[in-house]
Design a protein around this ligand. Structure first.
Ligand SMILES: Nc1ncnc2c1ncn2[C@@H]1O[C@H](COP(=O)(O)OP(=O)(O)OP(=O)(O)O)[C@@H](O)[C@H]1O
Length: 322
């Protein structure tokens, strides 16, 4: 189990993390989700031991590892930009973590070779061990980076935007594959993303960060359906802000014929199984987005429709981030 307790981190006068608390259970797949600069990477690097906090503690199984080096923490990590050694073959890259071990801890050459082959099979790159990273696709390189991270048999796998540089289709395939691998190997994994869809699809729990703080940590269902703050409501999924401070999801708005708020339709497009209808609340600049069942005819551009929330959420005015 990993416990992060009251972590603060400054870079000069700038506070990147303020009093962050987080517990991760063995076997969990955790997403750190937030906008650029919210402190996700800094928190991940502090857990890894690549960066050190100014205050607070990091505990692995109730043991304070705050002063331990990255090597001593036995974590595997994967970054966005592959960071493979270009002058080494794929197999040498995978074997790297084992071949640099000292003395008795270093397996024999034959054992290292066998382990690298086993890992390449695991990431479905069997037979490509002799190639150089430059001879692989982006998705293949990222799988090599994963195999390399797994070579040291980490208990904890940390991933910083691992699929950020890949195209949408490859990204999606790799996500599924990573989730299976995580379960298969009994790993505990924490990954950083600013992509809410990725976080909701992959994670057991999503930790939403903003300005160096955790706004909410919950299941994908909880952060989506019961956002703790207006920030979470806006950042996770889409939301309309209606007069009276009502936060309403696009699919929670319906068109009604008795009353409702008038909206002038100014854009319409097909979004999977829905019509996405966009417009403005009549007489205002308030943008409204709603999703309507695509089996029904959509409203025409320029017409006025009347909307009502089926479900909404309000937040107290004080004590929450903007
Ligand atoms: N070494 C550093 N020196 C100075 N400031 C830093 C350093 N590392 C991070 N920061 C600042 O700390 C804040 C948090 O950075 P961090 O990389 O943790 O954000 P992030 O949420 O991972 O963002 P992104 O999604 O853009 O990677 C940012 O404002 C960043 O500029």
């Amino acid at each position: 189990m990993i416990k992060v307790q009251n972590i603060t981190k400054h870079f000069g006068a700038f506070a990147a993390l303020y009093g962050v608390d987080l517990e991760v259970q063995p076997g969990e797949f955790i997403a750190l989700l937030g906008p650029s600069g919210s402190g996700k990477t800094t928190l991940l690097r502090i857990i890894a031991g690549l960066e050190f906090q100014d205050g607070g503690q990091v505990l692995f199984n109730d043991e304070d590892v705050s002063s331990r080096s990255v090597g001593e923490r036995q974590v595997g990590f994967v970054f966005q930009h592959y960071a493979l050694f270009r002058h080494m073959t794929v197999a040498e890259n995978v074997a790297f973590g084992l071949s640099v071990r000292k003395g008795k801890n270093r397996p024999t050459k034959a054992a290292i070779r066998a382990r690298a082959e086993e890992l390449l099979r695991l990431v479905q790159l069997e037979g490509l061990g002799h190639r150089y990273p430059g001879q692989l696709s982006g998705g293949q390189r990222q799988r090599v980076a994963l195999a390399r991270a797994l070579a040291i048999e980490p208990k904890l796998l940390l991933l910083d935007e691992p699929f950020g540089a890949l195209d949408a289709k490859v990204r999606k395939d790799l996500r599924r594959w990573l989730k299976d691998l995580h379960t298969q190997m009994g790993l505990t994994s924490i990954f950083v993303t600013h992509d809410q869809e990725e976080a909701l699809e992959l994670a057991d729990r999503v930790v939403v960060m903003d300005h160096g703080r955790i706004d909410q940590a919950g299941t994908p269902e909880q952060v989506y359906m019961e956002p703790a703050t207006p920030f979470v409501s806006h950042f996770v999924g889409e939301t309309n802000l209606l007069p009276g401070g009502l936060h309403v999801r696009p699919h929670d708005l319906e068109i009604v014929t008795d009353g409702g708020d008038p909206v002038v339709v100014d854009n319409l497009f097909r979004k999977g199984g829905f019509w996405r209808v966009e417009g403005k609340l009549a007489g205002s600049d308030t943008v409204i987005e709603l999703d309507l069942d695509a089996s029904l005819p959509p409203p025409a551009l320029g017409t006025t429709i009347f909307i009502r929330p089926r479900r909404s959420k309000t937040f107290p005015q004080t004590g929450v981030s903007p």
